[in-house]
Design a protein around this ligand. Structure first.
Ligand code: G3P
Ligand code: MG
Length: 240
């Protein structure tokens, strides 16, 4: 029996699990910082995931929460703070909050990037930035754009219908139907929402299933055996 499970695991792995560093490699370095992204690349991820929003002076910055309170030594809403003010904050280990430009420059095509749109009204600016990097030699396939805000994905598609998009879910829903309505190729689910039947149905409809945020070795093995397409982990070396 053990041998059969081993062979199945090997076959599943051969299909190529997408190994995604969540907020970089935030189990090792402060989340959504250049250090965290460098660490994830060092750990040989296929893709890094990070969150973007717009600050008061209009730049697109890489940070998870609406407020800077949890991840920096400052306080207040990102949308009320200018880039100059944000740059003065310590985001952990002396790192600062990076802009989207700074992250893409650091990555320099060494892995794919999953840009998660947080909040509303960032789609057009994010697309303009991406298009700048396409002109510099990146490919559309280097990007995946995701959001829990389905209307923001709809908005993004108005500007760019080539880049693959992912709808994120944190509670049960009719995932496949909704993904088809929004013309998305990926769904991203909390690990508690995934089962074999769903993965089979998604694959029948050419929709890939990514699962967040999985750090436990047993969970990783379980999900690989279910045949998920990709996993987000704070410790992306555990996915290898
Ligand atoms: O994209 C997967 C995951 O990042 C979604 O949740 O809250 O970590 O942005 P969160
Ligand atoms: Mg995220």
């Amino acid at each position: 029996m053990k041998k059969i499970i081993f062979i199945i695991t090997m076959v599943v792995n051969m299909h190529g699990l997408i190994k995604i560093g969540h907020r970089g490699a935030c189990g090792y370095e402060p989340e959504n910082t250049l250090k965290s992204f460098s660490k994830a690349i060092e750990l040989k991820v296929d893709m890094i995931e990070f969150d973007v929003m717009q600050c008061a002076s209009g730049e697109i910055v890489v940070i998870h929460d609406d407020k800077v309170d949890r991840t920096t030594n400052g306080y207040g809403l990102v949308s009320n703070l200018t880039l100059q003010a944000l740059k003065k904050l310590d985001a952990g280990n002396g790192e600062n909050i990076p802009t989207l430009y700074e992250v893409l420059d650091l990555v320099n095509k060494r892995c794919k990037v999953n840009i998660e749109l947080k909040g509303l009204g960032v789609a057009q600016k994010v697309n303009l930035i991406i298009e700048g990097y396409i002109k510099k030699g990146w490919s559309y396939d280097d990007f995946l754009v995701s959001s829990f805000e389905f209307n923001e994905i709809r908005e993004f598609k108005k500007y760019n219908n080539i880049i693959k998009t992912e709808l994120l879910f944190w509670e049960p829903a009719d995932y496949i139907k909704i993904a088809q309505e929004y013309n998305c190729n990926f769904i991203g689910l909390d690990k508690s929402l995934v089962n074999k039947k769903l993965i089979k149905e998604a694959h029948e409809q050419n929709i890939k299933v990514l699962v967040y945020t999985v750090n436990d070795f047993k969970d990783i093995e379980f999900l690989k055996n279910l045949g998920v397409d990709g996993i987000f982990s704070n410790y992306p070396d555990r996915l290898l």
